[in-house]
Design a protein around this ligand. Structure first.
Ligand code: ADP
Ligand code: MG
Length: 697
């Protein structure tokens, strides 16, 4: 059978091939210049592009178009407009103008703005990100856009991401020039986002209010079998899941998403999809699409895709490994150790820029992954702790040490590590060195940031990485541009950075408690929860960073801080209410009924013969009654706490309250209910168990 993949890959994308075929050469060239240099598109070119795009989309069955954007809700938003427009004879024609392509008006009032949007000004607008191709999804032409308030403030994930890419481009070019890379005209960051997810049976899902309302189980005792046999990771994929994955790949390929690998993950019913990396903003768009299509297709296969970071307590959580690198328009990956001493010196400087960035902005990296849902995963035994550190591997660490201490490097040659364009020895290229427990690991030619949660947009983390590294590069360029002797200055700069920032390097087991203690000694921050971490977002140094690189205005930062706090509070509130509801309406009544069954059994046994043994019924009944009253009390307390929450006006205080009081109470309630699950007859348990959910496909 002929493999049609190369033919249908990207068939729903208005990509370069389509543009070349459908646009007049001058229009095409003008659009390309806009894309390459970020210039604004003139209206006549925009009209031509829009018209060609519409014809192409209509041929493929589209009737509508939408500006597709990523507001601060974490999911994508779209408002469909049809192409139709009445003509003189009372009929309709299909139209799409340049103005409609480049800019859309949108009512911003229903999206989170964190106080940015004045009440009298509800308008927002969307603007085409021409570097990300338009595509057709469900008969709608989708135009990837950025979303801003009418005053120009970012209301989305994409705007700051594009700004941060520009910031790192600006500063990296300055540094590259110092190394004589005259032909490099732009630098882009690249990302490959590995996506983890769970699949559960749709019928079972429908029976659990917690999954329906919150995406995670709020109750559930561990099944007799978990992941201890390690038989799921890379295991044979079940036919039902295989059918889903096949269709998922095909849908993603049609949309030009480079879905590459798929496999079972560590936990039962957990899976992963990894794409081939792309330019960061495109990778972010594609990851949003991937999550959306995963959820849509799972339903079609009678399953539900759970993107929550910790759908099951005590079972591995899901993350999103953000593989990050930076490369030039001439095709050089700047995190690939080079073949020549000059290339290596340059590599070392970029490496140092990242080490410094991660150390200086640990708090921001932590915040970029902070959410009520990811809090359950970070530090939960199988994910990186809330402490940020870098894994470099032994070889690279040794090289840095010998530079720092002016000591000889290498077992045989014992060369002195003198960073210079002419003297630096070749580095061993060791890509096999792997440490799966590090939050920020060097993996040969890229860094893998593993703290990102499975449900969140990757934009936030990449905004931080890009901007923080841009800041290191800015300081380096300032210093080196003014040096009288480049090589000496370079050597002393690198040495200084290593000495100052080596505390962030940790090659050991990141999941070990000993590391958390050691990290504290090293002065690294350990921001355990979202409410604890978020205030650092608007710390003076962080405001200075983002404003200096024009990624956020101070106002935008405060608005984001507010949005993050608000969504934290809302999420915990929904969870707590769901828990109380399940407890009062489903769990407590079911258990009460079971206790009645037990008492009846005891009574009837005794009526037959006074001396019949009722030890099972009696002790179970005693245990159940005790736990039942405790669970009932916790439920009432939880409801009281929620009422009191309504009296707290200040958002930071409210978030802290939800964390300290509400979550703690939820844990207490869960503990008793899970204990009940272990003693109550399976026939009486009101919803599917962990065992049913995890092994139900
Ligand atoms: P694994 O981490 O599972 O061993 P790989 O190392 O092959 O797998 O790649 C993991 C992810 O890193 C993939 O999504 C891949 O496309 C991405 N990746 C590879 N090179 C780069 C790069 N230069 N920039 C960003 N991501 C990259
Ligand atoms: Mg990986």
């Amino acid at each position: 059978m002929k493999n049609l993949l190369p033919e249908y890959f990207g068939c729903m994308v208005f990509d370069d091939k389509v543009m070349q075929a459908r646009l007049a050469p001058d229009v095409y060239n003008s659009l390309q210049r806009t894309i390459a240099h970020g210039r604004s598109l003139n209206l006549s070119v925009a009209n031509e592009v829009a018209s060609a795009m519409k014809d192409w989309a209509v041929e493929l069955g589209a009737t509508h178009y939408t500006h597709w954007f990523q507001p601060m809700t974490g999911i994508t938003a779209e408002k469909h407009d049809s192409f139709i427009s009445p003509d003189k004879d009372g009929r309709v024609i299909m139209e799409f103008s340049g103005k409609e392509l480049v800019r859309g008006e949108s009512d911003a009032s229903s999206f989170p703005s964190g106080g940015l949007r004045a009440t009298f000004e509800a308008r927002g607008y969307t603007a085409w990100d021409a570097t990300s191709y338009a595509f057709i999804k469900d008969g709608v032409l989708c135009i990837p856009t950025a979303f801003c308030s009418y005053g120009g403030e970012a209301l989305d994930q994409k705007t700051p991401l594009l700004r941060s890419m520009e910031a790192i481009n600006r500063q990296a070019l300055r540094v590259l020039k110092l190394f004589g890379n005259e032909n490099v005209t732009s630098v882009k960051t690249t990302v490959g986002a590995e996506q983890e997810y769970f699949l559960v049976d749709k019928d079972l899902f429908q029976q659990r209010k917690d999954l329906i309302y919150t995406g995670r189980t709020l109750f559930g005792s561990k099944p007799p079998k978990g992941q201890e046999l390690e038989d799921h990771y890379f295991g044979v994929i079940k036919p039902r899941v295989q059918a889903f994955m096949k269709e998922l790949n095909e849908e993603l390929w049609k949309l030009g998403v480079l879905a590459k690998t798929e496999h079972n993950e560590a936990a039962p019913s957990q899976h992963e999809l990894a794409p081939i990396y792309d330019t960061t903003n495109i990778a972010a768009d594609h990851n949003q699409l991937t999550m959306e299509i995963m959820q849509k297709l799972a339903k079609k296969h009678d399953m539900v895709c759970l993107l929550h970071e910790k759908p099951f307590a005590g079972v591995n959580g899901s993350g999103k490994h953000n593989n990050w690198s930076i490369s030039t328009n001439t095709g050089v990956n700047l995190l690939e150790p080079g073949d020549t001493p000059a290339a290596n010196a340059q590599f070392l400087l970029f490496l140092c820029a990242i080490i410094k960035a991660v150390d200086d902005y640990q708090d921001l990296l932590r915040i970029s992954v902070a959410s009520a849902s990811n809090d359950h995963r970070l530090g939960a035994g199988e994910a990186p702790p809330a402490v940020v550190s870098i894994f470099l591997g032994d070889e690279l660490t040794e090289i840095l040490e010998s530079i720092e201490k002016d000591s000889p490097y290498g077992a045989k040659e014992k060369e002195l590590m003198r960073v210079g364009v002419h003297t630096l020895p070749k580095f061993p290229k060791d890509t096999t060195d792997r440490n799966r427990t590090s939050p920020f690991a060097f993996t040969g030619n890229k860094f893998e940031f593993r703290m990102v949660g499975s449900s969140s947009s990757i934009s936030g983390s990449n905004v931080v990485i890009n901007t923080a590294v841009a800041e290191s590069l800015r300081l380096f360029a300032d210093e080196l541009e003014n040096a009288s002797d480049f090589e000496t200055a370079l050597h002393s700069l690198i040495k200084r950075v290593i000495t100052k920032h080596k505390r962030i390097i940790f090659n050991g087991n990141g999941y070990d408690d000993a590391w958390t203690k050691e990290a504290e000694k090293r002065g690294l921050c350990n921001l355990k929860s979202t409410p604890e971490a978020l205030p650092y977002f608007v710390a003076k140094k962080n405001v200075a960073l983002f404003t200096a690189h024009k990624v956020f205005t101070e106002k935008e930062m405060y608005s984001r801080y507010e949005i993050l706090l608000e969504s934290y509070c809302k999420l915990v509130n929904i969870e707590a209410r769901t828990m109380a509801d399940m407890s009062m309406k489903d769990i407590l009544p079911a258990i009460s009924e079971y206790s009645q069954t037990l008492s009846n059994t005891i009574l009837s046994k005794k009526s037959v013969c006074e001396s019949l043994d009722c030890s099972y019924e009696q002790s179970t009944l005693t245990e159940i009654c005790e736990l039942l009253s405790k669970a009932y009390k916790h439920t009432r307390d939880l409801n009281k706490l929620l009422i009191s929450a309504g009296k707290i006006a200040e958002t930071q205080a409210l978030a802290t309250y939800y964390h300290d009081k509400v979550l703690t109470k939820m844990e207490a309630l869960r503990k008793d209910v899970d204990a009940l699950e272990n003693v109550v007859s399976a026939d009486y348990w009101p919803f599917p168990t962990y065992g049913d959910l995890l092994f139900g496909i």
